[in-house]
Ligand binder design. Structure first.
Ligand SMILES: C[S@@+](CC[C@H](N)C(=O)[O-])C[C@H]1O[C@@H](n2cnc3c(N)ncnc32)[C@H](O)[C@@H]1O
Length: 448
C-alpha cells in the first residue's frame, strides 16, 4: 500500500489501492486504515484485504468505494437479496448470521464494560428466529420519480437520502415484501402520486394493514383505486391525512383487528396498525417465554410491567399467576391492553397510563411492594425508573432492551447503587441482517 493521506485531497478518483479492513461500524461499513487515517468502505468486512478507489474526504470521515475483496473474511456470505448493495433496509446480509449475532454480543459486552458493569454470571445463547420474511412492522418511504418510471416504495438507500429502487423485499413479511412492485404500480396510478410520502405496514397472524400517509385530500378515483387494491390483495387500507390519530379505515370499512398468538400462554392479542408490536413474531414468542421463565411468577407474585404496551409480557405473566400491573404512556395502548386482558379472560392484570419520564408518575408507578419487575423501555432506556428504585425492592428485575448503551447505563445504576447483580443476559436477534441490537437481562437482588 503506497498511497498516503495526500491521496485524499481533491474530489476526484485516484488509482485503485489496497487496504486492510480492521472493523465494521453500526451501519455495516468496513473501517480500513491507510497511512493512519480511517476510511469507511461500504461492503467490506473486518479482517479483509480489499482493493478500493474513489477515495473522498468527507466532513466527519473519509470513504472509499470497494472495488474487489482480495482476501475475503471466512465470515463473508453471499447476500440472498439482489438489492443488498443498494438498499439500506439490511446492512449485514454479507456477514454470516452467527457472526452477526457474535457482533451483537460483542457490542453488548463492550457497553457493559464501558459503564463498569460486571459481565453476567451466565450468558445465554441468542434468541433467534427466521432470518428472512420476519418483519411485520415497518415504515416504507414513497417517492414519485418519473425518471425511474414512477413511484418508488421501500427503505432508503444505503448511501444518501433516496428511496431504494426495489421490486420486492426479503425481510418484510411476504404479504408486503412480495407486493412492493404492486405497491409501486398502485401509487404510480394515483393522481396524488407525488403527495404520498410514506406507507406504514403492520401485519398480524390474520391480516395485513397498510396506512397510506397523504399530504392532500384524495379524490374519489384515487380512493377507488386504493379500495380495489385492498380488495384484490386482501389487505386492509387506512388513510392518514395528518398525525397518527388522523388514521381512518378506507377498506374494509370495519377492518379486522390485527392479531397475533402466543400459544405457550394461550394468548390471542389484538393491536391497531399504529400500535407498537415486537417486529418478529417467532422471536417475540421466545422472548416472552424467556422473560416469564426468568421471573417465575407464582400465585402470590406481584409483578410490575413497565412500558407494557398492549400487554405482550403482562398477560403472559398473568397467565402464570399472581397479580400483574402494567404501566404505559400511550392511553391508546393501555386501552388495547385492557381489551386484550378481557378477551383472553385474564382478571389478574391491570393497566394504567403514566409517563415514566416524569418523576411524580414514576414514584406513583413504583408505589407498593412488587416481588418482580419487567422493564421494556424505548431506545432512551429507563433512567428515571432506575434512579427512583427504592425499598421494598423487587427481588427480580428482567430488563428487555433495544439499545445496549442505555441498557448498560441503567444496569450500572441497578447494580452499583441498588445492590442487584446481573445474573443472566443474552442477545435477542429480533432484526436479523440489520444493525439493531436487542437483549434481555435478569438482575437479582443481593440479600444481605
Ligand atoms: C419497546 S416498547 C415495549 C412494549 C411492550 N412491552 C411490548 O412488548 O409490546 C416500549 C413501550 O414504551 C412506551 N413508552 C415510551 N415512552 C414512555 C414513557 N415515557 N413512559 C411510559 N411508557 C413509554 C411505548 O408507548 C411502548 O409501548
Amino acid at each position: 500500500m503506497t498511497a498516503g493521506p495526500a491521496a485524499l485531497n481533491g474530489p476526484a478518483a485516484v488509482k485503485r489501492i489496497e487496504a486492510r479492513v480492521v472493523d465494521v461500524d453500526a451501519e455495516g461499513r468496513g473501517l480500513a486504515e491507510m497511512g493512519g487515517m480511517p476510511i469507511r468502505v461500504d461492503g467490506a468486512l473486518a479482517g479483509e484485504r480489499v482493493a478500493i478507489d474513489k477515495l473522498r474526504r468527507r466532513r466527519r470521515f473519509n470513504e472509499a468505494k470497494l472495488v474487489e475483496v482480495l482476501e475475503p473474511s471466512p465470515q463473508r456470505t453471499q447476500p440472498s437479496c439482489v438489492y443488498f448493495h443498494l438498499c439500506g433496509g439490511c446492512r449485514f446480509q454479507h456477514l454470516k448470521l452467527e457472526a452477526q449475532q457474535a457482533r451483537k454480543q460483542r457490542i453488548l459486552e463492550q457497553a457493559l464494560s464501558a459503564h463498569g458493569v460486571a459481565a453476567p454470571q451466565k450468558w445465554f445463547p441468542p434468541i433467534t428466529g427466521p432470518e428472512l420474511r420476519y418483519r411485520r412492522k415497518a415504515r416504507l418511504g414513497v417517492k414519485f420519480v418519473p425518471g425511474k418510471g414512477g413511484a418508488l416504495v421501500g427503505f432508503r438507500e444505503k448511501r444518501g437520502r433516496f428511496i431504494a429502487d426495489i421490486q420486492r423485499c426479503e425481510v418484510l413479511v411476504p404479504s408486503v415484501g412480495d407486493r412492493i412492485r404492486a405497491l409501486r404500480e398502485l401509487v404510480s396510478s394515483l393522481s396524488a402520486r407525488d403527495r404520498i410520502p410514506q406507507i406504514e405496514i403492520a401485519a398480524g397472524d390474520n391480516a395485513t394493514a397498510l396506512v397510506i400517509r397523504h399530504l392532500d385530500p384524495l379524490n374519489e378515483a384515487d380512493q377507488n383505486a386504493l379500495r380495489n387494491f385492498a380488495c384484490s390483495q386482501r389487505l386492509s387500507i387506512y388513510l392518514q391525512p395528518g398525525g397518527i390519530d388522523s388514521m381512518v379505515p378506507l377498506w374494509p370499512q370495519n377492518p379486522p383487528a390485527l392479531r397475533y398468538q402466543i400459544p405457550e400462554f394461550d394468548l390471542d392479542l389484538a393491536f391497531e396498525p399504529a400500535d407498537f408490536v415486537q417486529v418478529n413474531a417467532a422471536v417475540n414468542r421466545a422472548l416472552v417465554s424467556r422473560a416469564v421463565s426468568w421471573l417465575k411468577p407464582g400465585s402470590s407474585a406481584r409483578v410490575l410491567d413497565l412500558y407494557s404496551g398492549m400487554g405482550n409480557f403482562s398477560l403472559a405473566l398473568a397467565r402464570r399467576g399472581g397479580w400483574v400491573s402494567g404501566v404505559e404512556a400511550s392511553a391508546r395502548m393501555v386501552a388495547a391492553a385492557r381489551r386484550n386482558a378481557e378477551s383472553n379472560a385474564i382478571a389478574n392484570a391491570s393497566f394504567e397510563v403514566a409517563d415514566l419520564e416524569h418523576p411524580g408518575e414514576v414514584a406513583q408507578a413504583l408505589r407498593g411492594a412488587f416481588s418482580a419487575m419487567l422493564l421494556d423501555p424505548p431506545r432512551s432506556g429507563a433512567a428515571r425508573v432506575v434512579e427512583q428504585l427504592a425499598a421494598p425492592y423487587p427481588s427480580q428485575i428482567v430488563y428487555v432492551s433495544c439499545n445496549p448503551e442505555s441498557f448498560a447505563r441503567d444496569a450500572a445504576v441497578v447494580t452499583q447503587r441498588h445492590g442487584y447483580w446481573l445474573e443472566s443476559a443474552g442477545i435477542v436477534d429480533m432484526f436479523p441482517h440489520t444493525g439493531h441490537v436487542e437483549l434481555i437481562a435478569q438482575f437479582s437482588k443481593v440479600t444481605r
